[in-house]
Design a protein around this ligand. Sequence first.
Ligand code: TEU
Ligand code: CA
Length: 532
Amino acid sequence: MLSEKYEKFSDMVIYEIYPKSFKDSNGDGIGDLRGIIEKIDYLYDLGVNAVWLCPCYKSPYYDNGYDISDYRSIAPEFGTMDDIKELISKLHAKGMKLIMDLVANHTSSEHEWFEASRNREGKYSDYYYWFDKPVNGWNSQFGGSAWEYDEVRKQYYLHCFAIQQPDLNWDNPEILKEIRDVVDFWVDMGVDGFRCDVIHFISKDIPNGKKIFGPHFHEYVNALFGREKTENIFTVGECSVDNTEELKKLTSSERGELSTLFQFEHIELNNPTKFAEEYTKDLKMVRDRVIKRQIETQDNDLLYSIFTDNHDQNLFISKVGNDKELRYETATCIAAMFYLLRGVPFIYQGQEIGITGSEYDDISEFRDVESINMYQSFLDNGLSKDEALKKINLGSRDNPRRPFAWDNSIYGGFSEHEPWIPCATRVKEINLENDLKSEKSVFEFYKNVLKLRREHLAFRKGIFSVISKPEDNYFIYQREFEGEKFTVVCNFETSSKIPEIKNFGTAVLHNYNDYDENNICLRPYETVVFKS
Ligand code: TEU
Ligand code: CA
């Protein structure tokens, strides 16, 4: 039985905004807070009721804002503290919440703490991990060694991500105090929760080679969020946890740690890395991995974070579906398959208009540190430019970070000024204006899915149960609450005869406009929601 707090959280539908790419309000080619304020009605119309705002704090942008140089600030490119206050109050006025990004594992190397830490004396000297030489062979997530020599301090420091993102030394009790103060600063500002960036990295055990989930992990998370000040905020960890006992320890509502977390196995699939030759297009695998988590969280009264996309992944419909001839069908099938599940839905900006990955033929069209580093390492390993670019196009985090495509005007209506990053290659085809004019509007379908979820407790409080079998090339699940039952049928890439759909009641939503209720053969990516 979900706790009262978790029942409240399961009413949320969270929309992830990458501020640099959402809407530019002042014509400098960079998205900003006032651009988001302009679009609050758009979000409300879609039917989301919370925003997860990726970092917009002061940053030198080596990792596009995840290298923070002042936690209590707004980067001038994004606006002012008054703008964030206005955004918070205007979201609250519409009954919407704001979830901010908390980056607790590392700061920017331009943060004043790091500058001060380069002096071996004084309060800040062990705010970071400093050693005379690399103490292990760790690599950065973005390629290369995780140890960087600093000419000033004449020692090496640890950076699990970019060189310009030194890891904070959480074994120094001052760090917990500093980050707790940052949390309190934003809670006092009216922020409703946090998405906790790589939170599993904050406790390490370097001597024993443990980079994540170290010995003090639960202690630190509980110290951050198990307090009266934070008892009502929503927290989602970016830290997959495989083991159910660990998951319960981290996300049970009475633990005072996280409200929920992102599991990634349904989007990573069998791809050895993001930069694979091609993706495993296996919706049965996606289905089975989602079912496992639905049952696990339901059986343990936990919240599951429902998502397919974020700012770090190529677009899901390009990875697992047919994003060319059947782009609308794929996008809407995925929408029904995921956003009627049990848990807290997260929608990434542009998913609601069926955006896809891009195909660029020169590395100059990319901005992400990970993509640029990986491209160079592919060339260093003997790949041709074309072979390297094929991998980069597939795996680049720039795919979801291309400017939001609002309409058919220049730069997709994102800005009148050339944007900081080139638009998606299909911007002239895939934009909100074209989508809304189309008979097959992804936006309208998402709106109807979220309307069903909003209007029926079965989707927020109901029991999840599986009807389809592992060998079926489709997914059928039911949601039931106090006698109200819905059956969600999602066919995968080939046509399927499904005689049992005759027993599921009345169709309340479907993605093929010529859906025929007497038809038991569903077409590729055909999805129907029945109410019995
Ligand atoms: O992501 C951490 C993370 O796991 C991904 O960046 C992953 O390591 C990368 O995409 C390689 O596949 C979080 C943020 O979401 C990401 O944008 C930041 O770059 C990163 O942390 C460092 O803050
Ligand atoms: Ca701007």
